[in-house]
Design a binder for this molecule. Structure first.
Ligand code: SF4
Length: 424
């Protein structure tokens, strides 16, 4: 029997890519083979976080049709979840899957091909991460915060946390497959375990800190990193764990979104700049060399020049080591889309440029503080005589074999190993 070929077009955040990776593993174990073009099945794992993400998802659909003539096309991910009608009206899509998990997608594919997959179970390991490097492990999904600009709660639904035993089995399998770092991912990661209402969810009493403690006992696992966490959920227990648990990376991605209290309120963010500043001061006082990265939205409705300048000054003062800058993008489902005082596109572009320039300056300043220091780096890749690796506090470092100071310098395969390197 002819083997069916598949191609997945994956867009968006690590959670979406994790889902796409699990689907790829599921299709492979069901007998499909991965292909770059001319596939029999093309799945677009779409993203809806910004208007440009939706535009890219549309482009991916068109590309999928062009690259795989004759293929059945499935549209999954956040776009159809949030904007089902619009997604269903798109020409040339055989199946739109809103609110579908991996098992449902596999079953739907079975229906499309009258094909009986060997394994309908969700596979243990996803195919989304680089071997020897970091394994993105989704432990949580959904959000109920409903920030006024964000479409994610409409797309991803309520909080759901995976049972810790399931997470630990997947982490062990990732370590056995050669991964040395687990990146715990979720839509609202800091609330892992809090809902405790779904029988298939995390066990009663579980929390992110307890999960980290359990994961840190896995032999062979070198690092645990958190993908992103809200400032209100950086608890004393988590800060304490960052100080005492050597495997937990000294890196926190804490979305700020604005450094102006008036704008934070309009965004329905549950903190003030003063709370944010105090929390960062505490983290930095207790966790040496911690890396703090953030997201910021510029040109939110009603943000005037003075509000924007407040955000610029606040970010300069706090000194983040990396900024992800998003010009505001209106989602028709969200309250922010109908707010008065929308900022025009030209101002949006200018503010984004200024904020990105500030981000570049802050990143350089952060790196410079480590020049000349002996750092512990996990090697992620090797290409044309050059290794690439990352420190636990998120410094990306390129180096040659002769720059390695540790005893494993001459080991043939260093991918996934920890080495000592002087930062240049
Ligand atoms: S916390 Fe706010 S920004 Fe983050 S996913 Fe939930 S609603 Fe969106």
């Amino acid at each position: 029997m002819k083997k069916l070929k598949y191609k997945i077009y994956s867009l968006g955040c690590k959670v979406n890519q994790y889902d796409a990776g699990k689907l790829a593993s599921g299709l492979s174990s069901a007998g499909f083979i991965s292909s770059d073009s001319g596939a029999d099945l093309a799945v677009i794992h779409s993203c809806a976080v910004t208007a440009s993400a939706i535009a890219k998802s549309r482009q991916a659909l068109r590309r999928a049709r062009k690259e795989n003539p004759g293929a059945k096309i499935i549209l999954a991910g956040c776009w159809p979840r949030a904007y089902r009608q619009e997604a269903e009206s798109f020409n040339g899509v055989d199946l739109v899957l809103a609110k579908a998990g991996i098992k449902e997608v596999l079953l739907a594919i079975e229906g499309l091909y009258a094909f009986y997959p060997a394994h309908r179970q969700e596979p243990l390991l996803g195919a989304n991460s680089e071997r020897g490097g970091r394994y993105f492990l989704k432990v949580q999904d959904g959000c109920q915060q409903f920030c006024s600009y964000c479409v994610i709660p409409y797309a991803r639904g309520p909080l759901t946390s995976r049972p810790s035993l399931e997470v630990i089995s997947e982490a062990k399998a990732a370590v056995l497959a050669g991964f040395s770092e687990i990146v715990l991912s979720g839509i609202h990661l800091g609330l892992y375990g809090v809902e405790n209402v779904r029988p298939e969810g995390a066990e009663k009493g579980m929390s992110l800190c307890k999960l980290i403690e359990q994961l840190s006992r896995i032999e062979g696992l070198r690092r645990i990193r958190l993908s992103s966490i809200e400032v209100t959920e950086v608890s004393d227990a988590l800060i304490g764990l960052m100080c005492k648990e050597g495997k937990l990376c000294r890196h926190l991605h804490i979305p700020l979104q604005s450094g102006c209290d008036k704008t934070l309120k309009a965004m329905k963010r549950p903190y003030t700049t003063s709370f944010f500043k105090k929390k960062l001061a505490k983290i930095r006082r207790l966790v040496a060399d911690v890396a703090i990265t953030t997201d910021v939205i510029v040109a939110f409705p009603g943000e005037n020049d003075s509000d924007f300048n407040k955000t610029m000054s606040f970010i300069s003062e706090l000194g983040f080591c990396r900024l992800h800058v998003f010009p505001f993008s209106a989602h028709s489902l969200t309250p922010a889309a109908s707010m008065s005082n929308q900022v025009n596109d030209q101002v949006k572009r200018l503010r984004a440029l200024k904020m990105r320039a500030l981000g570049d300056k802050l990143s350089k300043q952060y790196r410079q503080a480590f020049i000349g220091r002996d750092l512990e780096v996990v090697v992620e890749s090797f290409n044309k005589g050059c290794f690439k690796g990352r420190t636990d506090n998120y410094l990306e470092i390129d180096f040659g074999r002769r720059d390695i100071l540790s005893a494993n310098k001459n080991k043939k395969n260093l991918i996934g190993e920890t080495v000592g390197v002087i930062m240049k």
